[in-house]
Design a protein around this ligand. Structure first.
Ligand code: SAM
Length: 225
């Protein structure tokens, strides 16, 4: 029966691939992959021979109808991204919405995403939190930061290595050097590291070294103790 499966894939450690993720990817008619070369390696590792079609931010609008038609014809499809859970700062939202609007079944397997481990090991309150994804690079950046100034919940951001210092510096300006923060890099990988402290301390720490890897920033809310 037709269905779209959203399938999370490891964010660094192949052992985090679930047995069900492998089973679903083996059983579907087609895998929609953000980068077929990157995902090709993953599929090869798990001996998954299912055909792939590329589905990424540059073609997600124009390929929607074709994908919906495939589902209407009774096919089962799986969507994967380069790493983690599709739809979380990755393509997936448009297709999920289109399936729902067309009365088609969608299922998301639980699995790897960088948000949760970074939040949980931050030591910051996690009973309530907001996911902010990537901050706007230019337009809207200052407005977004100003909007978040009085946010009381813990905030989670994604960041690339070359923008980390700029973002921590902006945080210092907007939230103050004493606000608590936790920065995790290379989660589940060999050089996994988490630096916790005040924004001022963590900024000093990263300014002293070479900045490499993928980062999640977890920032305390304004009323956090
Ligand atoms: N869909 C993914 C997820 O569920 O986490 C996120 C994809 S987004 C394009 C990539 C960003 O996720 C990176 O820039 C980084 O902020 C974060 N990320 C992904 N893998 C990570 C890892 N192993 N360690 C730390 N951050 C990671």
């Amino acid at each position: 029966m037709s269905k779209l499966y959203i399938v999370p894939t490891p964010i660094g450690n192949l052992k985090d691939m679930s047995g069900r993720a492998v089973e679903v990817l083996q059983s579907v008619d087609l895998i929609l992959a953000e980068d077929t070369r990157t995902s090709g390696k993953l599929l090869k590792h798990f001996e998954i021979g299912t055909p792939m079609m590329s589905y990424h931010m540059h073609n997600e609008h124009k390929s929607l109808n074709k994908i919906i038609e495939r589902l209407w014809s009774g096919q089962t499809l799986a969507l994967i991204s380069d790493a983690g859970t599709p739809g979380i700062s990755d393509p997936g939202f448009l297709l999920t919405r289109a399936c729902i609007e067309n009365g088609l079944a969608v299922e998301c397997l639980p699995g790897p995403t960088a948000i949760i481990p970074a939040l949980v090991i931050s030591g910051l309150p996690n009973d309530r939190f907001v996911f902010e994804g990537f901050l706007p690079v230019k337009k809207g950046r200052q407005t977004r930061l100003a909007f978040l100034r009085n946010e009381t919940r813990t905030m989670v951001f994604y960041e690339s290595p070359h923008k980390l210092i700029k973002t921590l510096t902006d945080f210092k300006d907007h939230f103050g050097a004493e606000r608590r923060i936790s920065v995790s890099r290379e989660l589940s990988k060999l050089y996994e590291e988490t630096k916790r402290g005040t924004i001022g301390d963590v900024l000093d720490y990263f300014q002293e070294g070479v900045i490499k890897g993928e980062f999640v920033i977890v920032l305390a809310g304004s009323s956090s103790k």
